[in-house]
Structure formats: structure tokens, C-alpha cells
Design a protein around this ligand. Sequence first.
Ligand SMILES: Cc1cc2nc3c(=O)[nH]c(=O)nc-3n(C[C@H](O)[C@H](O)[C@H](O)COP(=O)(O)OP(=O)(O)OC[C@H]3O[C@@H](n4cnc5c(N)ncnc54)[C@H](O)[C@@H]3O)c2cc1C
Length: 391
Amino acid sequence: MNKDYDLVVIGAGIHGAGIAQAAAARGHAVLVLEQRGIAAGTSSRSSKLIHGGLRYLEQFDLRLVRECLRERELLLRIAPRLVHLTPFYIPVYAHTRRRPWQVRAGLSLYALLGGLKAHACFQMLPRRRWDKLQGLRSEGLQAVFRYWDAQTDDAALTRAVMASAQTLGAELCMPAMFDHAVPGATGCDIVFTHAGVARSVWARVLVNAAGPWVARVAARIKSLPPQPPAELVQGTHIVLDRRIVTSIFYVEAPRDGRAIFIMPWHNGTTLVGTTETPYGGDDPARVKPLPEEQQYLLEVVRRYFPQAQANISASFAGLRVLPGGESRVFRRSREIIFTADRPQQARVLSVYGGKLTSYRADAQQALRRLTDALPVRWPIADTRKLPLNPI
Ligand SMILES: Cc1cc2nc3c(=O)[nH]c(=O)nc-3n(C[C@H](O)[C@H](O)[C@H](O)COP(=O)(O)OP(=O)(O)OC[C@H]3O[C@@H](n4cnc5c(N)ncnc54)[C@H](O)[C@@H]3O)c2cc1C
């Protein structure tokens, strides 16, 4: 391990790995510190979708949707063994809040933002094909739409991005717990613990990509300006012991109209999620599914697939970092937020929120914020062209 780096990144989730890869591709000397394991935080507890996020259209988050759809195309190209297109079905019932014309309008806009590629097109299924929909409740069914989006294995994707960063020369120190940092005139002194021993390194820039730990880490960096108000919101998924669907169903929770995905998953199981419950705990590592969240998700399955004989075999919860505010968490922006310790020549950059899907574009944005703080190096690769393979 060197003593001096261009960047030290805290966290080997998708954002830390993505920023390490982008920085190493630009020829920078990079060290990543990870306390537990690659993708040990939120990046192994997502809904595992590489998508534009149809529902963000309801918040008019068009920029986010367009960027995510662009990144989806790119990932389908550079990571074909990790990211694959799959059909999504949206059933519309007499009782559901979104009417067929609204779904049609949303999917039309989604297709437009997706560049009208062949797989950006959607279809309203003819009635004669409804009985092929794997036991989907037919009572009150008014329309079924089919469109295309992509699914991944979030932890595998994160490992692949981290491996790519390492191939480009980035170093990973794990388990390594960041302890504190002291910004100076031209960089930061950083102290962490590795194998029970305190170590220190220096970097021009420290990137705080600690996911739900971001505020805790920020509090251990000396003299940082006030950080943006952020809230931790937990999202639970349940795993059913049988595969009740072979395509993804995108349904409305009967209780509150929230969008829920019912997805085929590994080893003949089904993944169902997610919830949005304000997190009241004080340690992100201890987040766990609540019984009422599991019940809520099971109710959704029973409502739409009444004959499915399946039980919960596992469950997991992850934490979103969302901007603080009065509005319902469902309505808050999913845009990533970067905060720097000073407007020019930042020494510390913190990452709040973001999407798995847009990690690569977000990493480019992070580096643009740091251009004047980092030395000019000879680029060695372009992340738009680097293949990503399962490890
Ligand atoms: C329920 C849920 C579903 C989601 N579904 C999707 C989806 O389908 N598609 C999509 O695009 N996005 C989705 N997202 C968003 C996406 O999963 C997250 O934005 C992304 O995984 C966050 O990655 P991260 O790298 O910022 O954080 P994390 O993955 O949490 O990584 C942070 C890392 O920092 C490490 N760390 C923390 N403190 C320290 C320290 N002191 N020293 C060293 N290391 C430290 C942690 O161990 C951790 O590994 C979802 C999010 C949630 C919560």
C-alpha cells in the first residue's frame, strides 16, 4: 500500500466501486477502504433492476429517467452476462389507481425517453393472452401492458465494477474501517483501521461513498460545512420459496397504491419488494425487515396471485438515503446529491442517494466535480467501453 493517493474512496458499494473505476480509468492513484465486504451495504439489498424507473415519471423526474435508460443501454452492451432485458407486465384493474390511459401515456413517454429502440416499445396484451399470465387474478382485470426493462444481480455487478477498477490499478483495502480525516491545504490526512492496526494515508481528495453511513462518516471529517438534510428509509424484500412468475409483474399495493415488483429470482424463488419505512435505528448495519413489512408484501402477492402456494423463505432490508423533507418518502427525488467541502479544489466529496442503474454516469459526474482538485493524468481506459464480467 502506498502512502499518497489522488483519491481515497470510503465504501465498496456500487458508488464507491464506480468512482474508483472512473478515477483509475483516468489514470489516478486510488485506494478504496471497505469496512465489511464488497456490496455489503445497500448494493446487495436493492430490487436488482437496471431501469429508468417508470414511476419517477409521476414526479416528472425526466432527467433521471432519461439518464438511467441511457445507462441501461450501455450496461446491456458492456455487461451482457450481468444485465439482461426481461418483460415487465402491468395489470390494470377496476380498483387500481392508475387508469389504462395513464399507464399508456407513461409507457409512451418512457419509450420516447428510451430513444424508441426496439425494446423501448410496449404492448397492450390482447384478452386471449391473459390466461397465459401465470395465475394472475382475472377478476376486475381491465388491461395488461407489457414493456421491457432489465434485471441484474446487484452484488455481482458491484463486484464486477470493483474488479474492473482493480484491473486498472485501484487498490482495495478490506476490511478497513475509516476512522477520521483532517483536510489540509492541498489534500486530506486519512486514518483507518486495518487488521486491528491504525494506519494513515494522504490523498488529494477523500470521497465519502459510505451509503447509509454517509452522515456518520461526514461527522468524522474535520471542519466539514453543514451536510444536506437526509433521511434513511428502509426497503424490505421477501423471497418466496417457489417461482410463482417467470416474468416481472409490476403491481399496485392494494393498501396505498405503491408500486411493487414480483420477480423471478435465483434457484426457483420469487423476489417481492419493496417497502418504504422511515428508519428509526442508529446503526445501518442492523437494519432488518419488520414483520408488518413482510405482511404487507405477502398481501400484495395474495391479492394478485391468489392461487400461488408459496411461503416466505428469506427476507432482507436495505436503506435508501433520501433528501429530508415534508413530502411522503414515495414522492422524494431519487437523484444523487454530491456535496463538496469547498466550491473550488474540493478535498472532500460526499455522495448522498443515487441509483444502482446510473452508477457509471454518477461516477463521471463526481469526477467532473473534482477536476480542479486532481492532478492531470494520462487516461488509460474509457468506462463506456470496459466489459464487465461476473467474478
Ligand atoms: C430497497 C432498495 C431497492 C433499490 N432498488 C434499486 C433498483 O432496483 N435499481 C436501482 O437502480 N437502484 C435501486 N436502489 C438504489 C441503490 O441500491 C443504491 O443507490 C445503491 O446501492 C447505493 O450504493 P452505495 O454505494 O451508495 O451504498 P452502499 O452499497 O451501502 O455502500 C456503502 C459502503 O460503505 C461501507 N462503509 C460505510 N462506512 C464505512 C467506514 N467507516 N469505513 C469503511 N467502509 C465503510 C459499507 O460497508 C458499504 O459497503 C434501491 C435501494 C433500496 C434501499
